[in-house]
Design a protein. Structure first.
Length: 279
């Protein structure tokens, strides 16, 4: 094996299309969601308060838009929360929430991630707006954050030597993750396409590599550094992504996503021989 050989050598020498239409923002941008607080008695407000898909409320409540549209899901409600600040009066910005009814009981309100900028009162979201649609871009954004990051392994560990073949590998990890998009659970499946390496000295490689591989083993990712110093090694893995979306089936992204590992610090030392006892 590679590392038995390496030890011998060393011994010898000593890492939202669903967003409402908005007017041009002339009063400042939207505020981060962490900046707002909803009053417990805010449930009865109209525009900017609770908004239900017509016919979807408890007991068939129409929410002020009766007859204008047909609910896509009678067990789902949406509402808009108004945030007057930091907008310049009379403008406000709005944040959308969603909840589901399971077994006759309504669950908690959760953010859909959809919000407006500062808009005039006449441009406020309406009660009969349709349910937001999960788009490929939303899936791509969530997949980029949730994708399994390559776990880099280097042999020998955190120190190697000039002109000694160094072995690299990257564990694959889970290939299925569940994320929340617009308040719905979406299952993402990641199919690995390729893995590329940056060895930190300007050289690169490709392949997943094999942990514990022998020198020259087929499928191993090897690199021999030509000078000493400190380098950072990274592996970048490309995935195709498909998403199981409730009510919409399977959506597959057209282009792969790429995820890069954390940098792996590696010290490259030099082996020097000392000749003694010359006669």
């Amino acid at each position: 094996m590679r590392w038995q050989w390496l030890v011998a050598v060393v011994a010898a020498f000593v890492f939202v299309s669903g967003a409402p239409a908005v007017a041009e923002d002339s009063g400042g941008g939207g505020s981060p969601l962490d900046d707002w607080v909803i009053s417990p008695d805010e449930d009865e407000v109209t525009v900017g308060g609770e908004e239900e898909i017509p016919g979807s409320g408890p007991g068939g409540s129409t929410g002020g838009g009766a007859g204008e549209s047909t609910p896509t899901n009678p067990n789902v409600q949406y509402r808009w929360i108004e945030h007057p600040t930091p907008c310049r009066a009379p403008m406000s910005w709005y944040h959308q929430e969603r909840r589901e009814r399971v077994g006759g009981s309504w669950g908690p309100w959760e953010s859909t991630g959809v919000q407006t900028t500062c808009i005039e009162p006449e441009d406020a979201p309406e009660d009969d707006e349709a349910e937001p649609t999960i788009t490929p871009q939303m899936i791509r954004d969530s997949a980029t954050l949730a994708a399994p990051r390559p776990d880099v392994s280097v042999e020998p560990a955190t120190r190697t030597y000039v002109n000694v073949p160094t072995n690299f590998s990257a564990a694959l990890g889970d290939t299925t993750r569940t994320v929340r998009i617009l308040g719905r659970s979406v299952t993402l499946t990641f199919t690995p396409v390729s893995t590329t390496w940056a060895f930190g000295d300007g050289a690169g490689g490709s392949g997943d590599g094999i942990a514990g591989a022998a020198v020259g083993q087929t499928g191993a990712v090897e690199h021999a550094y030509r000078r000493g110093g400190s380098v950072s090694v990274t592996a970048t893995r490309a995935f195709t992504v498909s998403a199981q979306v409730p009510g919409a089936g399977t959506i597959t992204l057209d282009d792969p996503i790429e995820v890069t590992s954390d940098p792996y610090p590696l010290a490259v030392a030099e082996i020097q021989s000392i000749v003694t006892g010359v006669r």
